[in-house]
Design a protein around this ligand. Structure first.
Ligand code: NAD
Ligand code: UFG
Length: 336
């Protein structure tokens, strides 16, 4: 059985569906601090399978241990964590405690139960302010905010664990910019509060919740001057986790993979594609650059293809269309 921590969240819910479709038995652990139980109902609806759910906080050591007592867990996919960059700058202790202590609890318990296979949600944020693109996994790392630091520290903690005990099999997945939703329109991203990321903001403008999108800078050294990123469909990301968990059953040690498409799209590319495929309009205004932003960041995903046989299949049009479908079908997200 696979334990999916954070499985009620955006990426975890899509991955849970794909795991079940690929024949895995799963149990989801989540404290619902940034998600709703309704996403579990939708996973059940989409797969036609009962999915065991445990509302447990990773900071609750005994609670996590009880989950390992109750289920026979062979491997863990570990999504659970806090992820808002700005909030992490304001509340570093919250982020270090939740992400680091929570993961240490999990790793200690896994070790005690002899479960030594883990797939971890890292992030392209560990490349810091790199100016070289596309980025490969062995390029230097560095971080610029507490959120990013938790990801890099956890990568290093897991590398040390692997050095000390070669039975561990650890896959570190560095995601680029996940967007999109399940093609059914039943699960998708339902952010709490005012979103900071580009796609959720485009959605807010398209649905009239925001009047205009702010384009942060059109003077970067990119094809149209706006920031370039590697947007990846959340279902391609989910497939990447299925490949990664498979990898943990065949190889020991630490493996690090970029998960992106390898293609860089600009803010204007995203706006125009979203408008065209969804027949809607996204008015915008250009403002100065956002502090801390870099011009272009996209991935070299050769290693994931060569070693896991995984490659992103979906294009920007699919990402924009599927995002909008979830939005239109669920105007209040997962709320009643
Ligand atoms: P999300 O917030 O939708 O999902 C994370 C889930 O973890 C939520 O359901 C939340 O309730 C749960 N959680 C948080 N702390 C917990 C704790 N202490 N105990 C139990 N559950 C807890 O986020 P997401 O976008 O699905 O991201 C999943 C993972 O991928 C995160 O670790 C995130 O940092 C990482 N990541 C996300 C992105 C992105 O842009 N979405 C990019 C790179 C990496
Ligand atoms: N942007 C705008 N207007 C907006 C929002 C974003 O112009 O309203 C631009 C940004 O300047 C950037 C691009 O859109 O050029 C993408 O910005 P996002 O905030 O969506 O994504 P980032 O790449 O800046 O950050 C994301 C995650 C971080 C993660 C980072 C590195 O939010 O958690 O990728 O992978 F650390």
């Amino acid at each position: 059985m696979i334990l999916v921590t954070g499985g009620a969240g955006y990426i975890g819910s899509h991955t849970s569906v794909e795991l079940i479709k690929n024949g895995y038995d799963i149990v989801i652990l989540d404290n619902l601090c940034n998600s709703k139980y309704e996403s579990i109902n939708r996973i059940i609806e989409l797969t036609g399978k009962e999915v065991p759910f445990e509302k447990v906080d990773l900071l609750d050591y005994d609670g996590v241990k009880a989950v390992f007592d109750k289920y026979d867990i062979d491997a863990v996919i570990h999504f659970a964590g806090l992820k808002a960059v700005g909030e992490s700058v304001e509340k570093p202790m919250l982020y270090y405690n939740n992400n680091i202590t929570g993961t240490l609890n999990l790793l200690r318990i896994m070790n005690d139960y002899g479960c030594k296979k883990i797939v971890f949600s890292s992030s392209a944020t560990v490349y810091g302010i790199t100016k070289v693109v596309p980025v490969t996994e062995d390029m230097p790392t560095g971080t610029t905010n507490p959120y990013g630091s938790t990801k890099l520290m956890l990568e290093n903690i897991m590398r040390d664990i692997s050095v000390s005990d070669s039975d561990w099999s650890i896959v570190l997945l560095r995601y680029f910019n996940p967007i999109g939703a399940h093609e059914s329109g039943r699960i998708g991203e339902d952010p709490n509060g005012i979103p900071n990321n580009l796609m959720p903001r485009i959605c807010n403008v398209a649905t009239g919740k925001m009047e205009k999108l702010t384009v942060w800078g059109d003077d970067y050294d990119t094809h149209d001057g706006t920031g370039v990123r590697d947007y990846i469909h959340v279902l391609d990301l989910a497939d990447g986790h299925v490949a990664a968990v498979r990898k943990t059953f065949s190889t020991n040690g630490v493996m690090t993979y970029n998960l992106g498409t390898g293609i860089g799209y600009s803010v204007y590319d995203l706006i125009k594609t979203f408008e065209r495929v969804n027949d809607t309009s996204v008015p915008y205004v250009v403002c100065p650059r956002r502090a801390g932003d870099i011009g272009a960041l996209y991935a070299d995903c050769t290693r994931a293809e060569e070693e896991m046989g995984w490659k992103a299949k979906r294009g920007l049009e699919d990402m924009c269309r599927d995002t909008y479908r979830f939005l239109i079908n669920n105007p209040n997200g997962y709320s009643e």
